[in-house]
Design a protein around this ligand. Sequence first.
Ligand SMILES: N[C@@H](CCC(=O)N[C@@H](CS)C(=O)NCC(=O)O)C(=O)O
Length: 215
Amino acid sequence: MEKLVLYIGNRNYSSWSMRAWMALEGSGIPFEDVLIPFDFAAGNPEIKAISPTGLVPFLRHGTVTVWETLSIIEYAAELFPDAGVWPKDREARSLARSISAEMHAGFRALRGACPMNMRRTPGKIDLPDGVVRDVARIEAIWRDCLAKSGGPFLFGAFSAADAMFAPVVSRFETYALDVSQKTQDYMATMMAHPAWVKWRDMALAEPWVVPEDEP
Ligand SMILES: N[C@@H](CCC(=O)N[C@@H](CS)C(=O)NCC(=O)O)C(=O)O
């Protein structure tokens, strides 16, 4: 089989890259990653040269090219049907896809006010109202999924749904958001996952600083 190549941005900041990368790595899918550092001053020419949206993540598999995080995850799930990218049970799988699509399309207030920045020393910032609403909805989603599955991940075993929310876990931690004990327990589970640890260690070692993401 041709090898899968996942193009990603800076690990410290690129939340969408982290989602796709965590989904593949956490499912044990063999792939190579290629990091293209952000270059906002020049308009990210290297990313624009490979990706039709000018955004990462971007996946290449032989002649096949896939962009948009959820499409990349679905492509990997089709290619490796036994990897457990999504939950096996159809009802659980449909819930996992619903919350992942909700994440892909929403939570703009949280994403805007609290950019992912794994290197930032955790501490509170002033938050617009929308962030509190987003956090409440995310906590409700996690509570519901964990109650149905019994945990420790949203659907029992790690799945793409956890990967889709991984950068949210990072934001909750970085901006010291007020969350329940159950949420904190889930965050601890996520932050101990080997794929998370691998990503975070590489993020912390990166030299680049993106001023836009340093509120
Ligand atoms: N909807 C896209 C979002 C991708 C995205 O916004 N990627 C950011 C990095 S996290 C990016 O490439 N930014 C570069 C730029 O804006 O020039 C997806 O799901 O893949």
